[in-house]
Design a protein around this ligand. Structure first.
Ligand SMILES: Nc1ncnc2c1ncn2[C@@H]1O[C@H](COP(=O)(O)OP(=O)(O)OP(=O)(O)O)[C@@H](O)[C@H]1O
Length: 267
């Protein structure tokens, strides 16, 4: 059974149709990168899969219908790392990550040694030990992003929905974080749907790329199939060159001068 399956997914927001006729199937242990220009509908797709915005069409995530399943059941199986996390005042890094265990703690129970062990392991794996006692409101953008990912991982989900997980991270932390998630995909068979703006990273980590534009899927395939310069020009209005490398296509922005001389307009 697919970890994520939707067909004819439609989402209306504020009187507009933001997603229309989206079909998507993600297998267990698969990593699908969702790309597309600003406003294409990437965040909305992740929110529909997480059940935090209403949608029409057939949707199943970790075997649950996000619109109908009880929230606790959804949160045990599906974690969303939001692009714009709500950061509560007066909460430490360790406490925020600990909130990821909430769906696993019985309704009138308290956290167990096992819950604390999961949180400690996540803190360790994301190298957050030195920050654990800091208030989350005192973190840099990149530190906060790693903490929010840590909270999602502490949920121990079967399906992980990542919204721009590395947008605030330096190049080293981008690789550290994405390598860590890839390790979970390989070791635990979790499934990942990750909205990403960096097309090169999207192709290095996602075996499959789904490109959205105007709320519709305009391409779905391997990175080499989807990340073509002509398609990126048409969908993003961007001048790029795509280099084929062993670990996936590298998408390079091309300067005005090169673009102009390619077109034969400038000497
Ligand atoms: N509550 C809302 N009311 C009206 N329009 C909305 C609402 N939420 C989202 N939209 C619109 O839906 C479209 C898709 O938004 P979404 O955030 O999913 O895009 P995105 O691909 O994630 O964009 P970005 O790359 O800029 O983060 C946008 O045009 C946005 O303005």
């Amino acid at each position: 059974m697919s970890a994520v399956e939707c067909s004819g997914l439609r989402v209306d927001r504020g009187g507009f149709t933001v997603l229309d006729g989206v079909d998507l199937a993600v297998g267990q242990g698969e990593w699908v990168a969702v790309v597309g220009p600003n406003g294409a509908g990437k965040t909305t797709l992740l929110h529909a899969l997480a059940g935090v915005v209403p949608s029409a069409g057939a949707v199943s995530v970790a075997g649950l219908d996000p619109a109908r399943a009880p929230r606790r059941a959804m949160s045990r199986a599906v974690a969303l790392m939001p692009q714009r996390p709500v950061v509560p005042d007066g909460v430490s890094v360790a406490e925020l990550i600990g909130l990821g265990r909430t769906p696993h703690v019985p309704r009138f129970g308290t956290e167990t040694a096992r819950d604390r062990e999961v949180v400690d392991r996540v803190i360790d794996r994301l190298d957050l030990g030195a920050l654990a006692r800091r208030p989350v409101t005192a973190l840099s953008g990149g530190e906060l992003q790693r903490v929010v990912l840590a909270r999602a991982l502490a949920q121990q989900p079967r399906v992980l929905l990542l919204d721009e997980p590395t947008s605030a991270l330096d190049i080293g932390h981008q690789q550290q974080v994405l390598d860590l998630v890839r390790g979970l995909v390989t070791a635990d068979g979790i499934s990942v749907v990750a909205a990403m703006h960096d097309l090169t990273l999207a192709g290095q980590y996602g075996r499959r790329i789904v490109m959205l534009d105007g709320g519709r899927v305009v391409a779905d395939g391997t990175p080499a199939e989807v990340l073509r310069a002509d398609r990126i020009a048409a969908v993003y209005g961007a001048r790029v060159e795509v280099l084929e490398r062993p670990d996936g296509p590298v998408v390079l922005p091309v300067g005005m001068r090169a673009g102009a001389s390619d077109a034969g307009g400038e000497t």
